[in-house]
Design a protein around this ligand. Structure first.
Ligand code: PEP
Ligand code: MG
Length: 754
């Protein structure tokens, strides 16, 4: 099968409205593309492993849904069990062959079945059959395998959205439970609001038109504007392009003036769909006709129609949702949630976020924790476009999303919510108690912060700010903040924490923290232009920030400076030159401040192996376990697919941290941990046992970790760590730490732990 055909089938399946349609498209198109007599899809029922015929082109259609083959029955069972292709010239001669009269299968001989696999699970089997004896070629096998791999995602997706689509008309909403990664702990009840990327038609959510008249007007206005845009572009390029090349614009104009596109959309709006949704459906309807054409030129027209649709959409979106239009318990749902999106919703109306990408250490999750929201990350089977307006429950402990929750789920989660309240009240008692181990060793607990909102709970009983992520205030603006803006921001923090150390980290953008006004497009952003690499290349940005920080500390003396992403010693030299320059400038301007202590983040493996050298040169080291884990284990901290492999108590990460702690001790430099692991009770216990005396975490974690600190002697913690280090795998290490917590009666923290 040629690649273009394969791609086209996948595209069509992805655009299908529900599972039924998706499966029908698969069987019809594959049968034609491979020139077989039959193509069928069996789906495996989870639990029973029974394979049910779900779609066929070539077998008796009335057997769809009725033919069910047990896990050990027939060739289908064989493919499913082995999880690999089975290619037979003479199927009836195979010992596993099982004749099913209802399908009218008798005359078929050539058989090729491939498993449809997603995340190690066999979802079903895709089969093609030929009347004649026929052994399929290597090429045919690999085409079908490729198709099955692509279809697995589409099937999962369509299955869920199909279920949801059914809800719209069905009398009883059916609960769906989707799995993701815990992003920020807690339980939230709310209403989904879909955030979709500008100009992406397929991401437009289903929504009812609140005011059809207004929607109609908005749509027609957008069409007029696009018409004017096209005319202008056409005039501009008249001298550059030949009339022939300009034909595209004529075609666009024709589509816009022709009645079908406009009228079909208006009909849909009048039928109750909101403007963007009506546009999406009309464009898809038109484009699909072209997609299915064999002629390449005509197929291209499908892309043109979508392009036109996007242009209209951009124009329609220019008037977005206003603050009051958000439901009182909004849960933002989307593929690419950003800090800016979170900031757009009035804080009192936002209760949670659900992201199809990312994991617990993504910055959106960190931000959500700081804002006291519940977050579920990496829900990759989420049918985003069908979610708008649905009731959902978020379980931020287990990483579950309940869509249209059943009465039972609602009841259960109300109970959990209550229990959580009790745990929080229990933890409140911790607030004013000192953070000392049972044998009297003081462990400093600091806060990770980044938004002024964090300061609402200053009374969290913390010793200072261990990590202030300065990029967050940069992310929620539409341009770089001025020196004065920054000064005011930093001054407020330093003043609030007067007498306690405040560690301001210099700008750490790049990676997954993009600024809307400073786009950095890279293939591997986490290995690219990020953190100190950007600020050293932009002394203008860096000096402004350093000046603002130094000025803000005047008369307070509690500023500490932290540098992200250091991998080279020379970067330290360059920073010192700029720091001295900024200090010289403000001194000249009459501001009197001492140079603050300077520390580096140990978050790149290179820094672990140079810990001794770094310790000699700086005043303190702060371990960024989020990035250190990602770089040591080669696991993208945002990639839900490999999230199971991401755990900071991995033995390699613990060994690396111990290396840094020992280097700090050799040179008499304090070492702290400021990544998310410091707020994870099991990991924190191991860090205590390793000898760390300074941990920095989000406000919500402080009481929990204080409880851990106060429950153990240092000796006990050391013993847990020593035992854990005899283990070879992450799960066993976690089990040992969890058991130690449970023995002390801290089991309740574990649910909220990771
Ligand atoms: C880290 O990497 O552990 C860290 C604290 O920094 P950030 O999460 O902001 O990258
Ligand atoms: Mg980091």
């Amino acid at each position: 099968m040629i690649l273009a055909t394969l791609r086209r089938i996948i595209q069509e399946v992805n655009a299908a409205g529900d599972l039924r349609q998706a499966l029908d498209i698969i069987v019809q198109r594959v049968k034609v593309a491979m020139g077989t007599d039959v193509c069928s899809v069996y789906l495996t029922e989870p639990g029973s492993n029974v394979n049910v015929l779900m779609a066929t082109d070539g077998l008796d259609v009335s057997s769809v849904g009725r033919v069910k083959l047990g896990a050990r029955q027939g060739l289908i069972g064989l493919v499913s069990r082995r999880a690999e292709p089975v290619n037979l010239e003479e199927a009836p001669l195979h010992q596993a062959y099982h004749f099913v009269p209802e399908t009218g299968e008798q005359p078929f001989h050539g058989f090729l079945g491939v498993p449809i696999i997603r995340h190690r699970n066999v979802l079903g089997v895709l089969v093609v059959q030929k009347r004649e004896p026929h052994r399929f070629s290597e090429d045919e096998v690999s085409s079908l395998v490729t198709l099955a791999a692509q279809l697995a995602g589409a099937i999962t997706h369509a299955e869920i959205s199909g279920g949801l689509a059914g809800l719209v008309t069905g009398p009883e909403p059916v609960e769906r439970v989707l799995k993701g990664q815990p992003g920020a702990p807690g339980v939230a009840f709310g209403e989904a609001v879909v955030v979709y990327p500008e100009a992406d038609l397929s991401a437009i959510p289903d929504r009812l038109a609140e005011d059809p008249q207004a929607e109609e007007e908005r749509f027609l206005r957008a069409v007029d504007q696009v018409r004017a845009d096209l005319r202008r572009i056409n005039d501009n390029i008249a001298s550059v392009l030949s009339a022939e090349d300009r034909a595209l614009f004529d075609a666009y104009m024709m589509m816009l003036s022709g009645d079908t596109l406009v009228n079909r959309t208006l009909e849909r709006i009048r039928g109750g769909t909101w403007g963007a949704g009506a546009l999406r459906d009309t464009i898809e309807e038109h484009a699909r006709v072209f997609d299915a054409m064999e002629d390449e030129y005509l197929r291209e027209r499908g892309a043109d129609i979508r392009d036109l649709g996007r242009r209209i959409l951009v124009r329609m979106k220019e008037s977005g949702r206003s603050a009051e239009e958000y439901p009182s318990r909004t849960v933002l749902v989307g593929e690419e949630l950003s800090a800016l999106k979170l900031a757009e919703v009035p804080a009192e109306r936002l209760v949670g976020v659900v992201s199809t990408t990312g994991s617990g250490t993504s910055h959106v999750a960190i931000l959500a924790r700081a804002m006291g929201l519940v977050a579920i990350m990496g829900v990759d089977d989420l049918p985003v476009s069908r979610m708008d307006g649905r009731d959902i429950i978020l379980d931020g402990y287990r990483g579950r999303v309940y869509v249209s929750p059943s009465k039972a789920a609602q009841h259960e989660y109300r109970r959990l919510e209550k229990e959580e309240g009790e745990l929080t009240r229990g933890l409140e008692d911790m607030r004013d108690l000192p953070s000392v181990t049972r044998d009297g060793k003081r462990i400093e607990l600091h806060l990770n912060a980044g938004l002024l909102a964090d300061f609402a709970s200053l009374t969290a009983g913390a010793d200072g700010i261990g990590l202030y992520r300065t990029e967050f205030p940069f992310m929620v603006r539409d341009r770089f903040p001025s020196e004065q803006d920054q000064y005011e921001n930093y001054r407020k923090i330093l003043e609030t924490f007067r007498g306690r150390p405040v560690t301001l980290r210099t700008l750490d953008i790049g990676g997954d923290k993009a600024l809307p006004y400073f786009p950095v497009e890279e293939d591997n952003p986490f290995l690219g232009w990020r953190g100190i690499r950007i600020t050293l290349d932009h002394p203008d940005i860096f000096l402004t920030q350093l000046r603002a920080m130094l000025r803000a500390s005047e008369g307070l003396g509690n500023l500490r400076l932290l540098l992200p992403m250091i991998s080279e010693m020379s970067q330290l030299d360059e920073v010192m030159v700029l720091l001295c320059q900024a200090h010289g400038e403000i001194t000249e301007e009459g501001c009197s401040v001492a140079l603050p202590p300077v520390g580096v983040m140990v978050e790149v493996p290179a820094a672990v192996y140079q810990a001794d050298r770094l310790a000699k040169r700086v005043d303190f080291l702060s371990i960024g376990s989020n990035d250190l884990t990602q770089y040591l284990l080669a696991v993208d901290r945002n990639n839900a697919r490999v999230a199971e492999l991401y755990d900071s108590v991995h033995p390699a990460v613990l060994l690396a941290i111990r290396n840094v702690v020992e280097a700090g001790a050799r040179h008499n430099r304090p070492v702290s941990v400021c990544g998310e692991m410091a707020g994870d009770p099991a990991a924190a216990l191991l860090l205590l046992g390793m000898g760390l005396e300074n941990l920095s975490m989000s406000v919500a974690s402080v009481p929990r970790i204080k409880w851990v600190v106060r429950s153990f002697t240092l000796d006990e913690a050391r013993r847990v760590f020593t035992e854990a280090m005899t283990m070879e795998d992450t799960a066993s290490i976690r089990a040992i730490a969890n058991e130690a917590l449970e023995k002390k009666g801290l089991g309740g923290l574990l649910r909220a732990g990771k």
